[in-house]
Design a protein around this ligand. Sequence first.
Ligand SMILES: C[S@@+](CC[C@H](N)C(=O)[O-])C[C@H]1O[C@@H](n2cnc3c(N)ncnc32)[C@H](O)[C@@H]1O
Length: 277
Amino acid sequence: MAPHSITQEEYLDFRDFLEKACGIVLGDNKQYLVSSRLSRILSEYELDSLGSLITALKHRRSPELRDRIVEAMTTNETSWFRDSHPYQVLRERVLPEMAKRRQSTIRLWSAACSSGQEPYSLAMTAHEYQMANPGALTADVQIVATDISPAMLRAARTGRYDALAMARGLSPERKKRYFQERDGAWEVIPAIRSRVQFRDLNLLQSFALLGRFDVIFCRNVLIYFSSDSKRDIAGRMAKSLNTGGYLFLGGSESVSGFSEAFDMIRHPGGVIYQLKS
Ligand SMILES: C[S@@+](CC[C@H](N)C(=O)[O-])C[C@H]1O[C@@H](n2cnc3c(N)ncnc32)[C@H](O)[C@@H]1O
């Protein structure tokens, strides 16, 4: 389908809407991207231009239309044990530290969980640590996974993955240990699924209701946001961490210049951030 053309005024209006809705900042010349990503929604809603879409958003106040637009504009790219380094640091530094503290509960937050590979990888890492170190980590490991996209959360909750998703980042051992094949797809086993609780959450809004965490994974999402949003989110994440808690960002993301609350810790393979004491 041929993308709809967009006037400069419509584009600026849409950019403003998108940043307010989800934090994503579009560059100056992304008109083609917008029109191609939204053309299906325009046809479905029988709208003839981006201007009519903005008007529909303002007048109909349809949460469903808003969600559809945000979903069309976000990137959901993810994989199992993405970049491997964060999971290695978790296994070799963070979990042993928590095991020593003898906490009764350990809470981890996957703050933009997409289709679930990240939180399930966290659950598998904790499980592997417990199997390799019997009795060391007796804590109840709770993983909260949030995303703005209802469609991603629906997919993540099923814990079902097709062959393409399974081919990205899983070793044959983990595939065998943590999945059951059923009706042409692979399902995460209940022992892992039961550790993850999915909830919808827009990072621009308060996350005080989620409680406090020992570890936050907020990976490959802040890269799309403005400096102001990054500052705001990093500040609120610092307040959501327990003493000594850790923040993991994506490989090309950093809190430098956005928050003074963290110490940067270098590891071979990347950096992580620890809440200053
Ligand atoms: C590229 S994926 C990253 C997934 C995973 N963290 C990883 O690193 O593989 C980005 C995710 O951020 C979500 N997202 C975008 N804006 C958001 C917002 N304002 N609040 C919460 N999630 C958001 C998208 O829906 C998408 O699932």
